[in-house]
Design a protein around this ligand. Structure first.
Ligand code: 5RP
Length: 246
């Protein structure tokens, strides 16, 4: 029988003990929920909140709703907007808001030094705008998202106009069998080598027809909240992973 670890996390505003055997792997879905519930506690009454998209954020929304805070939220996708509204979270348009207090979102890949790949759900353009507008950008993830080095594919949103020419310029890129973004962009993936992420990000941004790519550069406003087993690791970009305070 393996040794046991005890960690405390929060769910619905109530402290809850998570107790697991080290020999029993924690399902990824549980890690997503644990990370999302921990991040839900970061939101304060009165905050303007950016809500990401994806299966990890799907655990954030009920945890946030259960806190019954007086908050207004911007959603990065129609799916998130619908789920949040159904849970009683107020969603507002992002046309006349300059800054957000906090944004919480998932990621497909995370490096320890803070590079992210996002866009598995094709929402990376809106997600990047929301992350950039937030004073605090919290990335919630299960342990399988932490990688030693970024790997392809890198999600893209492309302008429909001239899309074949854009794909030809990009070379190793193809349209994804996915609906267009809510802003009309076509979702694609870049399958070429990544090399130096900053150089690839600059080249993708400079390619005409690329609306946005899913490489998120390390940023001082970014913080990673990652669940590994029953434990939550929480570190600012530029820092080292460490156990979150119980
Ligand atoms: C959507 C995203 C998601 O945050 C990313 O794909 C992670 O999703 P999940 O939490 O389902 O693993 O970038 O565009």
């Amino acid at each position: 029988m393996g040794s046991r670890v005890r960690k405390f996390t929060r769910a619905g505003g109530h402290a809850r003990r998570v107790e697991r055997s080290l020999s029993a792997p924690v399902p990824i879905e549980d890690e997503k929920r644990i990370a999302a519930e921990a991040a839900a506690e970061f939101v304060r009454d009165g905050d303007l909140v950016g809500l990401g998209t994806g299966s990890t954020v799907a655990y954030l929304l009920p945890a946030l709703a259960a806190r019954r805070l007086n908050i207004r939220c911007v959603a990065t996708s129609p799916a998130t907007a619908q789920t949040a509204t159904d849970l009683g979270i107020e969603i507002v348009a992002f046309e006349k808001i300059e800054r957000l207090d906090i944004a919480i979102d998932g990621a497909d890949q995370i490096t320890e030094d803070g590079w992210l790949v996002k866009g598995g759900g094709g929402a990376h353009t809106r997600e990047k705008i929301v992350a950039g507008a937030a004073a605090r950008f919290v990335v919630v993830a299960s342990s399988n998202k932490l990688v030693g080095a970024l790997e392809p594919p890198i999600p893209l949103e492309l302008l429909r106009f001239g899309v074949e020419a854009t794909l030809a310029s990009l070379g190793m890129a193809e349209l994804r069998d996915a609906p267009p973004s809510p802003d009309g962009g076509l979702i694609a993936d870049f399958h070429g080598p990544i090399g130096e992420p900053a150089a690839l990000a600059a080249w993708l941004s400079a390619t005409p027809g690329v609306v946005e790519h899913g490489l998120f550069a390390p940023s001082a406003n970014t913080e990673i909240v990652l669940a590994r087993g029953g434990a939550v690791l929480d570190w600012p970009v530029g820092g080292q992973p460490q156990a979150a305070a119980p």
